[in-house]
Design a protein around this ligand. Structure first.
Ligand code: NAD
Length: 325
């Protein structure tokens, strides 16, 4: 039975819809693929919407960044989220209606791993400060004692899935001592020691860098709060590439303002975009990036490969890859 895939305009937040359409034409060559018309000014993005009347029951699959209520009542077999986290999707309602949900987990390890290495290198060598000085045309070397090498420093990676492993591998490659927090004790390549989530504070207590890489769910919301920040060393840096609410953002601000930690790199915030009045914008020891650590020119092709493989599995009656519902 031929499969019809609708590309929701919200994918434009990370993938040009037409680029995904052309990659899907290769990866799912026996499917019909169409880009759905966006409402209003027609621009894509997180908040893009589609008039359900223009869709009716014509689709089997929607590939989307964001969620819309009509997805529940359009006769869909399956929704593919073009990002790794699916925390904005109502898993219980989808389960009740028998609509499968798949995500794009598994393809972000290299771009996020490299970006996290970049944050750590910036802090170790003060590169972010020199960039600030450059814009003011200031030649302002900081005392040599304020710089350090990553080699020999400890990083604690919280969550050892695709992101965590991508980070651990790169940290190990530059000679860092890598420890991690995961729910099962099984060994993980490039991770010398593993702690259970119950021992999170102990795990972070001796690390120069703590990197959050867990999904957002009821168990991880607020996982990193005042007590965890207090357990960190005063010369340590927090990196969040997971989701903003995994860390208690006001506790992070407090820790930074009181010099309880040395700095932070935040690719994700709560809310997003980070409001203009947030004190985080003005802190010289904070690097804010706009949820961009996974950006990679090869992304549309990688998403299309997952969807294409699942179209084949759907046709052959096999279980879907990356299925979360
Ligand atoms: P993944 O599913 O491959 O890995 C998540 C890991 O976290 C799993 O190993 C899981 O067992 C573990 N985990 C869950 N709860 C935990 C807990 N309480 N303590 C320790 N470990 C726990 O997902 P991924 O691709 O690594 O992505 C992880 C999350 O990062 C995503 O859900 C998404 O929210 C976020 N993400 C952000 C970006 C970005 O652009 N900043 C990109 C990709 C993913």
């Amino acid at each position: 039975m031929p499969v019809t895939i609708g590309i929701h305009p919200s994918v434009a937040r990370i993938v040009p819809p037409e680029r995904l359409e052309s990659e899907l034409a290769d990866a799912a060559s026996d499917a019909t693929v169409r880009v759905l018309d966006g409402r209003g000014d027609g621009r894509g993005g997180r908040d893009a919407t589609v008039d359900p009347a223009s869709v009716g029951n014509s689709l089997d699959v929607v590939a989307s960044f964001g969620f819309e209520e009509w997805f529940l009542d359009a006769g869909l077999d399956w929704i593919h989220v073009v990002r790794a986290g699916h925390d904005e999707f109502p898993v219980d309602a989808l389960r009740e209606r028998g609509i499968a949900l798949t995500n794009s987990s598994g393809i972000h390890g290299a771009p996020v791993g490299e970006t996290v290495l970049g944050y750590m290198l910036q802090f170790a060598h003060g590169l972010h400060r020199y960039r600030d000085d450059q814009l003011d045309r200031e030649w302002n070397p900081r005392p040599w004692g304020e710089s350090f090498t990553l080699e020999g420093e400890r990083v604690c990676v919280v969550g050892l899935g695709t992101l965590g492993r991508g980070i651990a591998r790169r940290a190990d490659a530059v000679g860092m001592s890598v420890v991690g927090v995961r729910r099962t004790p099984a060994p993980v390549d490039h991770v010398a020691e593993r702690y259970s989530p119950e021992n999170l504070r102990e795990a972070v207590s001796d690390a120069r860098f703590v990197v959050l890489a867990v999904p957002l769910n009821p168990a991880t919301e607020g996982l990193f709060g005042a007590a965890e920040l207090a357990a960190m060393r005063e010369d340590a840096y927090l990196v969040n590439v997971a989701r903003g609410p995994v860390a208690d953002q006001s506790a992070v601000v407090d820790a930074l303002e009181s010099d309880a930690i040395a700095g932070a790199a935040l690719d994700v915030t709560d809310p997003e975009p980070l409001p203009a009045e947030s004190p985080l914008w003005g802190m010289e020891n904070v690097v804010v990036t706009p949820h961009a650590s996974a950006a990679d020119e090869a992304f549309p092709e990688r998403v299309a490969d997952i969807v294409g493989e699942n179209v084949r599995r759907l046709r052959d009656g096999e279980s879907l890859a990356n299925q979360v519902v």
